[in-house]
Design a protein around this ligand. Sequence first.
Ligand SMILES: *Cc1c(COP(=O)(O)O)cnc(C)c1O
Length: 376
Amino acid sequence: MYIPYGKQTIDESDIQAVLEVLRSDYLTTGPKVVEFERKVADYVGAKYAVAVCNGTAALHVACLAAGIGAGDEVITTPITFAASANCVLYCGATPVFADIDPVTYNIDPAEIEKHITPRTKAIISVHYTGQPCDMDAITAIAKKHHLLVIEDGAHALGAVYNGRKIGSISDMTCFSFHPVKPVTTGEGGMIVTDREDLYQLLQLFRSHGITRDAELLTEDQGPWYYQQQYLGYNYRITDISCALGTSQMDKLDHFIERRQEIARRYDAAFAGVSGIRIPMQQEGCRSGWHLYMIQTMHRDRREVFEALRAAGIGVNVHYIPVYQHPYYQQHGYAEVHCQHAEAFYSRAISLPIFPGLTEEQQDYVIDKVLEWCANG
Ligand SMILES: *Cc1c(COP(=O)(O)O)cnc(C)c1O
């Protein structure tokens, strides 16, 4: 038996939706892309959505649309997947790491403020594990310093912050549809926004910077005419993927409920066990519960991790502080230290959590975690 930390849930309706596209006229850039964009935008409460080929591409085009370039600084968290910072490097700009809040594990707004300079252009906040960041504080800081806010919502599709869905709050929010994420398209991503100017730019950067839109063309040489106006990319997504995504969206709330149930069972099993720190839940928010992180407070994390892996449990560590990776160390980050991020990293283990995890599997995980963490 091997229990992964995350896994997609695919049912017969998902399979039928994909088969239907394979029998249709469009495999890519057809009606299924638009349908999926509309479905996600409506669900989160955003005006516009642009689907792309993965979450990293979503972050990249969001940075491009935000006008981030050489000489700019963008503040983000070190406890995230590398893509949240790499997208800034792609644009020739500089990621700046602000430490996390040791209670929520999300970026600490006070730390953001400490790192603002005249070069700061934007904040990329990551709703780590699916728990919303303190968006009121982040929005206030952004307003005060005239910064753009891009939310990395890869863990947080369906999460709610003070009554508002993630995706309805700031300038742009990016999602990922990798198989472990809240819903999947295989590979896929999306940016949602309320701003029409950003929406147009996002569409351009998704497809080579090329437009055929008569309103955007600066001249008209004939009916064949199109213009490349920016240096864009081919970050398009297929109709095959989007049909799967649209079908998956019908189940998102159910998936999150299942994740919540699993989190509550872990909470109950580990409550009061001094060797284990469980994640907190913010009042007024619904976490997407993409990850369930524990911290090993007494036992050595490596020892616990190896024992759980040996027991067939696909535990993971999310994440190594981004600036500690060799690439960052070799490119100007050797002196960077975020105390709370490093302390969290030294004790963190992510336990299996996904809609298809059975009670028996979870009980087995709980037994093994208690066996290895409870004493000592
Ligand atoms: C998964 C993930 C991404 C990247 O998404 P891909 O679709 O894998 O490119 C970015 N940020 C975070 C926080 C993620 O978890």
